[in-house]
Design a protein around this ligand. Sequence first.
Ligand SMILES: [Zn+2]
Length: 139
Amino acid sequence: MEVVCASCGEKFIRNPRSPNQSYCSKKECQRMRKSLWQKSRMKKDSTYRNNQRLSWKEWARQHPGYWKEYRKKHPDKTRRNSMMQTIRNRRRRRPELIAKMDALEMPRIKPSGTYYLVPMIAKMDALKVNIFEIAGSWP
Ligand SMILES: [Zn+2]
């Protein structure tokens, strides 16, 4: 039976042995499927979550300096991660204050540059955007 891939949107033929298959066999679509599966598993299965944590810790122990090097090589991603963590921490501590704090920080934003649009809905990813001033539109 021909179905539409949930990732790339292209049509593909289901493997007769997986009647619920909703992702085609392309590498990036399988990666997306696995990543979503893992995200949902991490959310609802505490045993899986703890095992993952232990295995990440063990991996980091066997690769000393990896994250330090990663942060040096990817300052942009490091900055984004640290910002996302700040937002997660804020949400956890005083969710009712988010709107107020964001409003207070507004004057620090310059009209042009690269920004992350961070949705207030926790499940959504941040969107990296460029913002350009339209001449004469900034007060
Ligand atoms: Zn696909």
